[in-house]
Design a protein around this ligand. Structure first.
Ligand SMILES: NC(=O)C1=CN([C@@H]2O[C@H](COP(=O)(O)OP(=O)(O)OC[C@H]3O[C@@H](n4cnc5c(N)ncnc54)[C@H](OP(=O)(O)O)[C@@H]3O)[C@@H](O)[C@H]2O)C=CC1
Ligand SMILES: CCCCCCCCCCCCCCCC(=O)[C@@H](N)CO
Length: 342
């Protein structure tokens, strides 16, 4: 039996090693996402999180190309991005394209290649949510959300990878990156977002598979999982969001687009494959790791054990909110109206 003093000193020295190494290790950790002088493409870069990402990377010295549909918003955004630049010689361009079409995505990226060469980093931020009850949404709206949230990423990634692999970098160069934007709801779907969330979950799946495949080209594949972002898109979605959805997502504090960009970039610079932007994101990710690479082996493993137990209680609590809401509104309140004449 070790004595009490032996046990105490073992614990104390382990703690000391952990504390000291947590100060020393960062000194050896290089930035995994250097952007200075490199070409970054940001889809959905004309507003919200995409614009914040573009401005932040411009402030770190990147040349930035943004893609979105609306020309006026694009032009205004490029002005803002240019104003954030670190140096005079950085270059910026805005390309208008609807990324839900494969040929448009290809054209936009080819236009950028002609302008500035093959991109080093392609970060997809384009996406939009139209919350509502699944059964009440018309099929066009269901399809549109798959197109804007999933197909736009699929086409962008496909075109980008083809362009990147046609102009290989010298072996010692920092890695090229494909970065996708999903949502914390890829980890925990909520009522009212069922036309949107599956596309965000598909993005995570695409990233996990492509990350493995892209080791063939030494290209890093990453995903960000923001929670609520107080963006122009969020204001629009609030107008149609069911009350119960607002209740369910109410415990998420939300972040400004600038804060989301800052938090995601910080974690991508550390090399996180699944980059969250908040503690809520970390909590929701904890029980959803599967085989994805962890950010911190020790912390993510211990936290996952804890959260797996927490969900035993939180899952039913969240579901019971919906049942409570149904009872408050009266059973049958959410049924569809019978067809006319029936
Ligand atoms: N807001 C939130 O609470 C959350 C958002 N997210 C995700 O984060 C990302 C950024 O969200 P947010 O900051 O709210 O963005 P916004 O909705 O404010 O902006 C969306 C951007 O994407 C562009 N875009 C939309 N559709 C297309 C298209 N078909 N082709 C090309 N560009 C398109 C828009 O420009 P234009 O309309 O001119 O094309 C705009 O630049 C999205 O992927 C979103 O799904 C994730 C979690 C939470
Ligand atoms: C383990 C215990 C945790 C239980 C708490 C669960 C709370 C869930 C909050 C989810 C917030 C969803 C924000 C994403 C929004 C989004 O993607 C859209 N706004 C798209 O635009």
């Amino acid at each position: 039996m070790p004595s009490l003093s032996q046990t105490t000193s073992a614990i104390a020295s382990t703690a000391a090693i952990l504390v000291i190494s947590s100060f020393i290790m960062p000194l050896f950790n290089s930035n995994k996402l250097p952007v200075e002088g490199r070409l970054v493409v940001v889809t959905g870069g004309s507003q919200g999180m995409g614009l914040s990402v573009a401005k932040l990377l411009a402030s770190k010295g990147a040349n930035v190309a943004i893609i979105a549909r609306n020309r006026e918003k694009l032009d205004r955004a490029v002005g803002e991005i240019r104003a954030s630049a670190a140096k005079e010689e950085q270059r910026f361009i805005a390309v208008s394209a609807d990324l839900t079409g494969a040929s448009e995505a290809r054209r936009a990226l080819e236009e950028i290649r002609t302008w500035g060469g093959a991109p080093d980093i392609v970060w997809t931020c384009a996406g939009e949510a139209f919350p509502g009850f699944f059964k009440d949404q018309d099929v066009q709206l269901l399809e549109k959300q798959v197109q804007t949230n999933y197909l736009s990423v699929l086409w962008t990634a496909h075109a980008a990878l083809n362009i990147m692999t046609q102009s290989p970098l010298p072996p010692q160069s920092p890695k090229r990156h494909l970065i996708f934007t999903s949502s914390v709801m890829a980890f925990y779907p909520l009522a009212g977002y069922n036309a949107y969330t599956p596309s965000k979950a598909a993005i995570r799946s695409l990233a996990d598979g492509l990350r493995q495949e892209c080791h063939l080209y030494n290209i890093a594949v990453r995903v960000c999982f923001p929670g609520t972002i107080y963006s122009p898109g969020f204001e629009t979605e609030q107008l149609m969001k069911p009350e119960i959805t607002k209740i369910l997502e109410g415990s998420d504090e939300g972040q400004s687009p600038d804060e989301v960009a800052k938090q995601c970039v910080k974690r991508l610079e550390k090399g996180h494959a699944l980059a969250v932007s908040s503690f809520m994101g970390e909590t929701l990710r904890a029980a959803s790791w599967g085989a994805s690479p962890r950010g911190s082996w020790v912390w993510d493993t211990i936290f996952a054990w804890i959260i797996n137990v927490v969900w035993l209680f939180m899952g039913p609590v969240m579901d019971s909110e919906v049942v409570k809401y149904r009872k408050k509104k009266g059973d049958g309140a959410f049924y569809s109206a019978p067809p006319k004449g029936a």
